[in-house]
Ligand binder design. Structure first.
Ligand code: GAR
Length: 189
């Protein structure tokens, strides 16, 4: 049984989906949900799901406190699901190829600092793209920049708004993110 920690800054619907995917199985379990945003709904979800939740400061992310916590809970894999801050080098080095992020577009386009949530979908629509999708990738010291593990695509409809495209992209996230994490755990990283 492997131990997963999820970092999220907002709603946490992906976090909940991943918890439920592994619940009752013998491959992995989500043992920690962490957020730098004390008002993030993901912390409320964690309580309802009976997963240990931790609110931390950005100082604690950088000064080793969160790294110690991850070691204390014997974390094998770190999942960023709507986590909007840069990860520190110290944690990246301690978990080589074991930190994955999901991005709601087809990287390398429409990524980088400030590109999250509806901003991404608005930029994709305004650019006149015919398709968008999701990218699951390793995390490095830059925003949305590590090696790509998996992508899935969806069409953009002529009357799409950021909210409607977001819904379609979210469905792809719910379908594929847990499966990709499970495959990585089963087959090695
Ligand atoms: C997800 O769509 C995820 O791809 C995106 O934040 C959303 C979080 O939704 N991440 C980024 O934009 C990272 N740059 P959720 O809180 O409902 O899971």
């Amino acid at each position: 049984m492997r131990n997963i920690a999820i970092f999220a800054s907002g709603s946490g619907s992906n976090a909940e989906n991943i918890v439920n995917h592994f619940k009752g199985g013998n491959i992995a379990r989500v043992v920690l949900i962490l957020s730098e945003n004390e008002d993030a709904y993901v912390l409320e979800r964690a309580r309802k799901l009976n997963v240990t939740s931790i609110h931390f400061s950005l100082e604690e992310l950088k000064n080793g406190k969160i790294l110690s916590t991850l070691k204390y809970y014997s974390i094998d894999m770190i999942v960023l699901a709507g986590f909007l801050k840069l990860f520190p080098q110290s944690i990246i080095e301690a978990f080589p190829q074991k930190i994955v992020n999901i991005h709601p577009a087809l990287l390398p386009k429409y990524g980088g600092k400030g590109m999250y949530g509806d901003r991404v979908h608005r930029a994709v629509i305004e650019a006149g793209e015919s398709e968008s999708g999701i990218t699951i990738h390793y995390v490095n010291q830059n925003y949305d920049d590590g090696g790509i593990i998996f992508q899935a695509r969806c069409s953009i409809l002529s009357d799409d708004k950021p909210e409607t495209l977001a819904q379609r992209v979210h469905q792809l996230e719910y379908e594929y993110f847990p499966k990709v994490i499970e495959k990585m755990l089963r087959e090695g990283y």
